[in-house]
Design a protein around this ligand. Structure first.
Ligand code: CMP
Length: 132
């Protein structure tokens, strides 16, 4: 069993598709270990995405992630990290495969509906960020 951190981003919360995304999470065989609706402050969003702090898109990303509610989930499944990334699809919804969450619900590379940890080490850090 492996664990990963998923976020239903503020664009999805505003579009009222939390339930649809959670349905998909369950249909894909994940167990929801923990889940919380949060409103990130700018500092918190910046701390979460600190690996991107020197990227040109960082300020926009922080503003977007702190613009409204988000749902953070601790997911468990065999091969959870890679499987969740496959279900999300490519970062840019325009490049995401049909049937993926980002293709279905994403709007742009920034407003891309969902987040998922990209590796074991990141998953541990990201899970620890929200769930003590
Ligand atoms: P996420 O998987 O949450 O991880 C980092 C986020 O930064 C990513 O999804 C996108 O929302 C955002 N991002 C990545 N690359 C770009 C980019 N080139 N322009 C704007 N936002 C980006």
């Amino acid at each position: 069993m492996e664990r990963t951190l998923a976020i239903i981003k503020p664009d999805s919360v505003k579009k009222n598709v939390i339930g649809k995304i959670i349905n998909r999470i369950e249909a894909e065989g994940f167990r929801i270990v923990e889940m919380r609706l949060v409103r990130l402050g700018r500092d918190e969003a910046g701390a979460f995405y600190t690996v991107h702090r020197n990227r040109g898109f960082f300020e926009d990303l922080v503003a977007f992630m702190s613009s409204g509610g988000a749902v953070v989930l601790l997911l468990e499944r065999e091969n959870a990290i890679a499987h969740w990334r496959a279900v999300m699809g490519a970062t840019d919804p325009a490049k995401a495969a049909p049937g993926t969450l980002r293709r279905e619900f994403g709007f742009s590379i920034e407003r891309n509906a969902v987040h998922g940890s990209d590796a074991r080490e990141t998953a541990e850090t990201e899970i620890g960020f929200f769930f003590k």
